[in-house]
Write a protein that binds this ligand. Structure first.
Ligand SMILES: Cc1cc2nc3c(=O)[nH]c(=O)nc-3n(C[C@H](O)[C@H](O)[C@H](O)COP(=O)(O)OP(=O)(O)OC[C@H]3O[C@@H](n4cnc5c(N)ncnc54)[C@H](O)[C@@H]3O)c2cc1C
Length: 324
């Protein structure tokens, strides 16, 4: 087993995903402790430029090339990764916790017969063990898991868990022309479908009023929309509101929605699950309204109101009208 830390880089249409820069930051921290190398692993075809763009981020950029790796195909990805991991034996392999890694990482762990912990907000290596923190029940409690690293292991880290930092490395690209012994033709990449451009881009908004499940009913959305308009803010929401079909998905803030950094973010009836915080915790000023004083949203809020939002919204609106 080497002391190296592998970070599996996700890229789409020539662009590296933000979470990959976050896991690289974590990999650099860990390899500093283990004395091994930070290795960025890129699977693809025609991805030389992407590989070269990571030379300051890792000690080595392992570019595994084959035209079958041009787009995400979990069987080919698993096959290539298991061969590389089996041969190089990294101490730990880190994925971003994304829909792509949902598909690859667990089957890779099963294939290699090594342990895996997914959906982590934090983890560290303590001697022979990896100890990881995983949020449960929408972030209301954290659980702790560990595994022995003597045979390696896999971790998937949630987006936003680590702040991406620039590296100071001068890594080299090692390109491997990979060949597959067999074809996996039960599924096929057909093409990318761009999400339809929404009517509004919440990432550009200076003021956001965001609504969560505390709103209870679709018909109450109008109340929040009216409040947002009265202060010149854009309306956004947590994921359950999109899942219920009450607002379109271009309004969703969080790890599977948009990341926003407005001057003002007002969270109404949002608990503050980790996936939501990942998309808004860097707003300049956060005001949270929630009936539950223990709601995690208060851990990132600059101002908190523990109260029923149906009382707070009209009171705030009236006060603002008086000040106009
Ligand atoms: C892979 C994955 C990706 C995800 N991505 C996202 C994402 O991008 N964005 C996202 O938001 N979530 C995401 N989630 C879901 C996330 O885990 C939470 O379930 C979700 O954020 C909870 O939304 P919420 O806070 O609106 O609802 P809840 O957690 O149900 O919270 C509702 C809150 O409203 C409060 N409340 C109730 N009534 C009132 C009232 N009258 N006045 C004031 N407060 C009240 C309650 O105290 C509670 O805190 C994801 C989950 C997974 C597994």
């Amino acid at each position: 087993m080497s002391k190296d830390i592998f970070a599996i880089i996700e890229h789409r249409q020539g662009k590296i995903q933000d979470v990959s820069l976050e896991i690289l930051t974590k990999a650099r921290q860990l390899s500093g402790e283990t004395g091994g190398q930070t290795v960025a692993v890129i699977l693809g075809s025609d991805a030389d430029e992407i590989a070269r763009s990571l030379t300051t981020a890792a000690d080595k950029i392992l570019y595994v090339e084959n035209e079958k790796l041009a787009h995400l195909h979990s069987d080919y990805y698993r096959e290539a990764l298991s061969s590389i991991i089996d041969e190089r034996k990294p101490l730990l392999t880190i994925f971003g916790h994304t829909s792509a890694s949902f598909e690859i990482a667990p089957s890779l762990a099963a294939h290699l017969d090594i342990p895996i912990i997914t959906n982590c907000v934090d983890f560290h290596i303590d001697g022979e063990k990896v100890i990881a923190k995983v949020p449960l029940y929408g972030g209301k409690i954290d659980s702790e898991y560990s595994f022995d690293v003597q045979n390696g292991g896999i971790i998937s880290l949630l987006q936003g868990a680590v702040k991406a930092e620039d590296g100071q490395k001068s890594g080299e690209v090692e390109k491997i022309s990979f060949t597959f012994d067999k074809d996996f033709d039960s599924k096929e990449f057909l093409g990318f479908i761009e999400a339809a451009a929404g009517e509004i881009d919440i990432t550009q908004a200076e003021k956001i009023v965001s609504v969560g499940r505390g709103i209870k009913d679709e018909e109450n959305i109008a109340l929040v929309k009216d409040f947002a308009e009265s202060i010149g803010a854009v309306l956004a929401c947590s994921r359950p509101i999109v899942d219920a079909g009450w607002l379109p998905n271009e309004r969703q803030v969080g790890s599977s929605g948009k990341t926003v950094k407005p001057k003002l973010y007002i969270a109404l009836g949002i608990s503050g699950a980790f996936q939501h915080l990942a998309g808004m915790k860097n707003a300049d000023t956060i005001i949270a309204v929630n009936k539950d004083p223990n709601a995690p949203i208060f851990s990132v809020a600059h101002y908190g109101i523990v109260e029923d939002m149906f009382k707070v919204i009209p009171a705030l609106k009236q006060k603002i009208e008086e000040m106009k």
